[in-house]
Design a protein around this ligand. Sequence first.
Ligand SMILES: [Cu+2]
Length: 134
Amino acid sequence: MITRLAPVRVAGAAGAAGVLILSATGVASAHASLVRANIRPGEVFAANAYPRTLTGFFAENVTPSSSFLHVFEADPTGDHALVDTGKNSFPFKNPKEIEATLPKGLKGVYTVMWYTVSADDGHTAGFTFTFTVK
Ligand SMILES: [Cu+2]
């Protein structure tokens, strides 16, 4: 019994140490920059196959009052209208996450634009990328 439990405890301690190393690296490395999102740069979707909730995960906690994640029309000859609901969600369970709600029926090229103020150090960052709905 004891000999079976011991290796499990060692593995658990190693896993926890790994998580601590990763988060320490994240804090030291950068601002609240986009790490990943459920729409990727250059991604092409079939009609109505894109996620209705765009979720972005950032490297540091974001300041909800001054950070955003929005989607605009990207046609260079168009008026670059905002296409999400305009109101971001900042889920309480993850202060590194911003969500935007997209309407049905998007068709064309769209720009995702984000801007963050880090809740950790006040540093600002932002970037854009596009995606396509066929
Ligand atoms: Cu920073």
